[in-house]
Design a protein around this ligand. Structure first.
Ligand code: R7I
Ligand code: MG
Ligand code: MG
Length: 312
């Protein structure tokens, strides 16, 4: 792949992540949302404001961009102590971005000086199974050389806030899927069976295998958003949202705006599911496939361009 296509795809990922977050946020837990409602949001005149999903993806992008020069081993790209501090500082600077209840408490403890490993078990002793690790993970897919590296970086980026195995599987699932979508040419059809098999090998747990089987079944019977949410879930847990994002992409491959709209119409945690679906769709189709009017109004557009160029 030449440099121009790599940068276009990296922009596709980061702008898709941010656009899904911004467009999905106003529809959280709303029922009866139609494409017309979402299109009106896409075409509204005001700047598009993001939530915690994009805020923390920007922190992770900056972290990876800064560490690229020094990293001797690929795993050095994520410095756990430093990343935990950077995430907590981002929350502290903008606590109004819509953060989850558990991470809010952990971040406060970290800012006050509690070591992160202790802080992240203060609310949920087994660790949070929220989708926070998965929602922000896409940038690691831009820097990992292969599936094994992407999976390792995904786990490291997630474990500084989420200790529960399902949250870590969620981050790995999303990151490996973004990596697989980056490897396809924009005009190449996505073979859902092969695509899901690649992801499946990275998340060896009965719950995730079952979820991914359902994804294949829903693709085969061309399920709509309501049925998808019913079968896969659409909540703030990692297993209840990452598979729905993957399905939203697979059901609308080659048409990124439709992938985001599908995710929003599925309801529930719409900012996060649409953001993850947007990262996947952008990884496949590239930046040029996003509506120019909407991406130019993203609050963080300048930073997204910068990090996409750095990480590509
Ligand atoms: O995972 P996290 O960063 O949340 C991300 C979500 C996204 O939808 C964002 O857009 C934002 O709205 O929040 O934050 P956590 O607080 O770790 O987890 C999110 C939620 O998952 C928590 O507030 C709980 O409702 C739930 N949760 C749990 N509930 C019971 N027991 C997570 N872990 C547990 C648990 O162990
Ligand atoms: Mg959010
Ligand atoms: Mg959310």
């Amino acid at each position: 792949m030449d440099d121009t296509s790599r940068i276009d795809k990296a922009r596709g990922v980061l702008f898709g992540l941010a656009l899904g977050d911004c467009l999905g946020a106003p529809f959280e837990d709303k029922v009866g949302v139609t494409d017309a409602h979402i299109v009106a949001q896409e075409n509204a005149g005001d700047p598009l404001t993001h939530t915690d999903d994009t805020a923390l993806a920007l922190v992770l992008s900056r972290h990876l961009a800064h560490r690229r020069g020094d990293a001797r081993e690929p795993s050095d790209l994520v410095d756990l102590d430093q990343l935990a501090t950077e995430f907590a500082a981002a929350w502290h600077a903008e606590p109004w971005r819509g953060y989850g209840g558990g991470v809010t408490k952990s971040f406060r403890l970290i800012v006050e000086g509690t070591p992160w490993r202790q802080a992240i078990r203060a609310v949920y002793p087994e660790g949070s199974f929220g989708n926070g690790g998965a929602m922000r993970v896409a940038p690691v897919a831009l820097v990992g050389a292969d599936v094994a590296q992407v999976a390792e970086l995904a786990r490291r980026s997630a474990e500084v806030t989420h200790a529960h195995e399902d949250a870590l599987h969620g981050a790995v699932c999303q990151a490996v899927a973004v990596h697989a979508a980056l490897a396809l040419a924009p005009d190449e059809p996505v073979r859902a069976g092969d695509f899901v098999d690649t992801v499946r090998r990275a998340v060896p747990s009965p719950l995730w295998q079952d979820k991914l089987d359902h994804v294949i079944g829903l693709v085969e019977r061309q399920a709509g958003p309501a049925e998808a949410a019913e079968v896969l879930g659409n909540d703030v847990s990692a297993p209840g949202s990452v598979p729905l994002a993957l399905l939203s992409f697979l059901r609308n491959a080659g048409s990124p705006s439709d992938a985001v709209r599908f995710a929003i119409r599925a309801g529930g945690d719409t900012d996060t599911v649409a953001s993850m679906a947007g990262a996947l769709a952008g990884a496949h189709s590239g930046y040029a496939a996003w509506p120019r009017n909407a991406v130019s109004r993203l609050e963080a557009a300048a930073q997204l361009h910068l990090y996409a160029e750095h990480l590509a």
